[in-house]
Ligand binder design. Structure first.
Ligand SMILES: Cc1cc2nc3c(=O)[nH]c(=O)nc-3n(C[C@H](O)[C@H](O)[C@H](O)COP(=O)(O)OP(=O)(O)OC[C@H]3O[C@@H](n4cnc5c(N)ncnc54)[C@H](O)[C@@H]3O)c2cc1C
Length: 438
């Protein structure tokens, strides 16, 4: 396992996800690729595997092609936070109107329910727990803004979020960084690598063939379906689903012009004494700050460590860069919890998010090829939900209707797959955050 070394890291620090200690993505047994598949799914993450389960239950013969191992993408690397999606309300109203915004909220709630039901039905042990979420306001103005947002949402939908003033904040989180914040009680946390492994096992039990180390390329349509290559070998399928999200690369020129791959990194601390965890995270909630340059964090499912994530720009994977990214994330962690100065970091890892210009996911039929993805950094519940929705669309069922098929999926003339403007945007939003904090 690749090791990292620096004075703030444990002696055995690694650059692989903490989650992989319990559930490392491992190659599925290599069945021979058939020459033809009824349904081919590209990508074995939350989207592809949820779709595979629905399609297999409907009697389809499903092959999932994964360039690495099942769950290797964002699905085994994320923070494992899943919530009611209220953060998307204002953006939806602004771009698409109140009706669409209501549907976004409705589907966010349904997505959360879908994950709970799937975990129960498929008997997946993934530490799923409704623990609530606290978002800290970085300034008094940010606190007011959060309060107004909750007021607007409450007028449009049932909303049990409530504000916590600064004087009561230590009941939620042991920091003085924030000026109060908002609690969203229905929020949940899970162990993402266990969840995605459980999905892969469930799909396999239903007869789905998952092929690892199987990279799909050269996708084109034929008279009665699609032709593509898997590791250079020709294959055909009647239906194809692209479930590649931020890892889409060049698999589709259409997606390349519309999905911005953006990096997110996470560190995990060494185990902390229970009394420290009780003080810093007394309710063991999911947590975040209100900054534009996002930070999100949580206790590990066993409650012993802090898992802390934020934006990272260089994902080249070089040891020097990984150490620099870990150092940067640790500096953000110390802004929240200065008392962790002498705590060491045991894991650093990163993964790719798929962003869009409207900041919403999309479910599309692109000249016959189905696509669901672009979760804009919030995909644990939504990828699971839209995997199910797109599968229903592939089956021609009315249940496949989703608001995310009705939104305009646009690119920009200056964008062709490389998020070259990201460093400028992160610096700009960082400056706005600093300004707001002052
Ligand atoms: C560091 C990080 C933290 C995050 N934290 C959260 C969080 O706390 N809460 C939340 O809701 N969301 C979070 N997310 C987002 C969430 O993880 C994703 O939205 C979700 O996992 C997307 O699932 P997916 O199945 O669509 O894509 P992925 O899990 O990324 O799977 C796509 C797969 O496609 C494969 N692939 C790509 N191209 C090909 C090809 N040509 N052939 C074959 N296979 C291919 C890739 O190898 C990959 O495994 C986070 C993401 C990251 C990276």
């Amino acid at each position: 396992m690749p090791r990292l070394s620096a004075e703030f890291l444990t002696g055995d620090a690694v650059d692989t996800p903490y989650w992989w200690e319990a559930a490392k993505p491992s190659p599925a047994s290599l069945d021979e690729f058939p020459a033809r598949a009824e349904v081919a799914i590209v990508g074995a993450g939350f989207t592809g595997l949820n779709a595979a389960i629905v399609l297999a239950r409907a009697g389809k013969q499903v092959h999932v092609f994964e360039a690495e191992a099942p769950g290797f993408g964002a699905s085994s690397r994320n923070g494992g936070l899943l919530g009611p999606g209220w953060a998307f309300f204002d953006g939806a109203v602004k771009q698409y109107g109140l009706d669409v915004a209501r549907r976004v909220l409705e589907e966010s709630a349904e997505a959360l329910e879908h994950v709970k039901q799937t975990v129960t039905r498929e008997n997946i042990e993934c530490d799923l727990k409704v623990v609530g979420y606290f978002k800290g306001a970085i300034s008094p103005r940010a606190y007011d803004k959060l309060g107004h947002m909750i007021d607007r949402i409450s007028k449009a939908a049932a909303c049990d979020a409530y504000m916590v003033p600064r004087v009561e904040q230590h009941a939620e989180i042991g920091t003085d960084l924030y000026h109060g914040g908002v609690v969203m009680p229905g929020y949940a946390g899970l162990h993402p690598a266990k969840y995605v492994k459980g999905l892969a096992d469930a799909a396999t039990r239903l007869g789905v063939k998952i092929h690892s180390n199987a990279r799909v390329s050269d996708l084109s349509s034929t008279i009665n379906g699609f032709r593509f290559k898997v590791n250079g070998r020709d294959m055909t399928a009647s239906q194809v689903l692209l479930a590649t999200n931020g890892f889409s690369g060049t698999v589709s020129p259409y997606l390349k012009r519309r999905i911005m791959p953006i990096g997110s990194g996470i560190i995990a601390t060494e185990p902390l004494p229970p009394e420290v965890m009780d003080r810093l995270m007394p309710k063991r909630r999911m947590l975040a700050g209100s900054q534009r340059v996002v930070t999100y964090y949580r206790p590990s499912p066993d409650g012993t460590r802090i898992v802390f994530g934020g934006r990272v720009l260089d994902m080249s994977g070089k040891e020097k860069i990984n150490v620099a990214n870990a150092r940067y994330l640790r500096s953000l962690l110390l802004q929240v919890f200065p008392e962790l100065e002498s705590t060491k970091i045991s894991h650093y890892w990163h993964g790719l998010l798929g962003f869009t210009f409207d900041h919403f996911p999309h479910v599309k039929n692109i000249d016959g090829v189905f696509f669901a993805g672009a979760y804009n950094g919030t995909g644990v519940a939504r990828a699971s939900w839209l995997g199910k929705k797109v599968a229903h669309q592939m089956l021609g069922l009315p249940e496949g209707k989703t608001v995310y098929s009705d939104l305009k999926f646009s690119g920009r003339p200056y964008f062709n797959g490389t998020s070259w403007f990201l460093p400028i945007a992160v610096r700009y939003y960082g400056l706005l955050d600093k300004w707001e904090k002052r």
